[in-house]
Design a protein around this ligand. Sequence first.
Ligand SMILES: [Zn+2]
Length: 371
Amino acid sequence: MGLCVAGAGAARADPICVVGSVKVSVDFAAAGHHRCLESSDGELTLSVEPENKPIDPSPWFAFKLDADAETQLRVTLAYDGANHRYHPKWTTDGRVWRHVKSRGDVDNKNDRARFTIDVAKGQTFVAAQAIETPDAMLAWARNVLGPVDFEQVEYGKSVDGRPLIGFRGGGEAGDGLIVALTRQHPPETTGAAAFRAFVERLVANDAKARAFRSKHRIVLAPMTNPDGVMRGNWRHNAGGKDLNRDWGVWSQPETRTLGRFVESEAAQQRVVVFLDFHSTKRSVLYAPPLQNTSPTAAFVPHLRSTFEGRLSSLPRWSFSAKNPGAAKNWALTTLNAPGMTIELDDDATPAYSQALGQATADAVLTFFGDE
Ligand SMILES: [Zn+2]
């Protein structure tokens, strides 16, 4: 995943302040909502603000430092209504991201975190998580899905007018439809990494995956909230709504058009599993209530036992139908499909996200492929 600086969101003032010889800017894709509150020699206090309120606290930050010479900067993040959550990462090239060395001083009482950054000469981007733009995610999807004859579908347009891109492929024999989506919530990149591993396993070129694809239909939505990602939002779309509380409500074009796309595919064959990849403070599977009437409800315990045989550390499980506007609950009530929210730990390593995504795909291949 690269950082595409071109095509950034709404133009913002640049720089927002200058600290010594360091310019601080937010003029790039996925930059956070920041103001410089204080700056003095080697010290910067930056606000970290949500797009609107009320909001669940996923306090995204992303800003750029431009330095004439190598220096050190002490940065205080001053959160507006949230505790510090993401360990800061930095990059100079938009490709290789590293954790800022110091974990920093976290002052939850005052919603502040303070850390020191070694600033190289030139540009340094600092962000809550490695920035993964819609363009980068869609480039990955085309690269992986094109060779196995998936069709790209523009199923709608976002509030800001961006194309909403899905993919469909596999067989049309009526053996069942797999639906998977991610990035309803902009900062949740460890979940997106698991989604990518899930897809890459399903479209692999081995006999088992090929046989599965010859029978089963697969519908994928890899970037369901492009405006939220590009705007550097904590959680919402450009309409200021939590998309994962809007399924069945359909107040936003991102959810309304994706729901319509899935329903039109589901009219041709039954959805057998519906997976929505996210991230939160720990890895957890939000599954349907155990007493549900989906004909493929047994996939859920199958997935659980697959994880037990494969993962070094197991996610927690929760079985409920809370949050009626969540995609997983809409899948159960409307499609009678086991809908699951797969949450990866914010700090999940790429290897762990990959292992969980691959294990999920293998559970799909063994459960539905052997029918
Ligand atoms: Zn989420």
